[in-house]
Design a protein around this ligand. Structure first.
Ligand code: OKP
Ligand code: ZN
Length: 343
């Protein structure tokens, strides 16, 4: 299968994050994408090409246009306010505050459009966000034009970004934009299977009231795992979307036996939806040595995962999400794809 990757992802670099009492280099770093790219080349998965530029028109159907318009203004406004370093949200309109009045100060706008401090900006962040969005849409175009599968090597990731908020290293929800692009091109049903360690709260929120895009999530139990405030098993969708959202929260320490049982159930749900296309939100932070996660999958499990997904027999778009064990991220992410191709 073809891999789409933009060199512009690397403009999002040098940012820091708050982590357990310290300010550290962000875990979501450029080497992640470069190491996956090198592994794609090493195993000969297929050609690696750059994305085409895409308008934000499709993104405006899954994100608030005012939110999308805010993203490119962050760094210029931050600089204009005399600041440098990393622009980061730190004050939020939680319960008891006004969440309905967009403020003017840049530090206030950052919090207005965020649910955590993990969506950080440096000078090149918007360029990288846009390139990641373009990557998802270009790879989706390959699948639309008949490729059985494609790999959108997106960076930054997207699954925590909702209709009008960023968070968890995510800004534009690349998988959601891709899903919308398939619907716009005539797909009647799409499934998003999110196998990142963290619940894809943004994807769930965007499609929660919709029956056309089914969202199935396998993840660490939000009682103890980020993003904490969404991802429970009783969240089934609302209105027309009721029954089209499925969560499989699992305890810390889950290994292949528990995880693969959930994957089997998730795949049965996807098959039941009979989608025209499957989008896999591919995170490999389920790995036993991931520095911020608590599952126990081994490198040998990733090809198994790919083979199970291939059994669905669906046109499939893989969209890169998380994975922070950088040394093994190439082996693990590409392992899913080679397993898929072996079927
Ligand atoms: C993004 B994706 C470390 C704690 C975790 C946010 C995790 C975001 C994960 N500072 N903070 O789903 O892989
Ligand atoms: Zn994750």
């Amino acid at each position: 299968m073809r891999t789409i990757l933009s060199p512009r992802h690397a403009a999002h670099a040098g940012n820091v994050e708050l982590d357990a009492g310290a300010i550290l280099p962000a875990y979501e770093m450029p080497s992640r994408a470069e190491i996956i790219k090198a592994r794609v080349a090493e195993v000969g998965l297929g050609p690696i090409t750059e994305p085409d530029e895409h308008e934000l028109a499709t993104a405006r159907k899954v994100h608030d246009p005012a939110y999308l318009a805010f993203l490119p203004t962050v760094w210029p406004e931050w600089e204009k306010a005399g600041r440098g370093g990393t622009a980061m949200p730190y004050v939020f309109p939680t319960r008891g505050l006004r969440g309905d009045v967009p403020p003017q100060a840049i530090e206030a706008k950052l919090g207005f459009y965020a649910f955590d401090g993990g969506a950080t900006f440096v000078k090149g962040t918007w360029e990288a966000i846009k390139s990641s969005h373009d990557t998802a849409l270009t790879a989706a175009g390959l699948v639309r034009s008949g490729e059985p599968a494609a790999f959108a090597l997106c960076r930054p990731p997207g699954h925590h970004a909702g209709s009008n908020f960023m968070g968890g290293y995510c800004f534009i929800n690349n998988a959601a934009v891709a899903a919308q692009s398939f619907i716009d091109a005539g797909a009647r049903r799409v499934s998003v299977l999110d196998i990142d360690y963290h619940h894809g709260n943004g994807t769930q929120q965007i499609f929660y009231a919709r029956a056309d895009v089914q969202v199935v999530n396998l993840h660490g139990d939000p009682m103890t795992e980020y993003p904490y405030f969404l991802g429970h098993a009783d969240e089934r969708g609302e209105g027309e979307g009721h029954g089209f959202n499925h969560n499989f929260p699992m305890p810390a320490g889950t290994d292949w036996s528990g995880w693969s049982a959930a994957l089997d159930r998730a795949c049965d749900l996807v098959a039941g939806h009979a989608p025209d296309v499957l989008i896999v939100s591919l995170g490999v932070d389920t790995f036993e040595r991931d520095p911020i996660s608590n599952f126990r999958l081994s490198s040998a499990d990733y090809p198994r995962m790919g083979r199970r997904i291939a059994q669905l027999g669906l046109p499939t778009l893989f969209v890169m999400e998380g994975g922070y064990a950088v040394d093994e991220i190439g082996i693990n992410a590409v392992g899913v794809l080679t397993g898929f191709e072996e079927g």
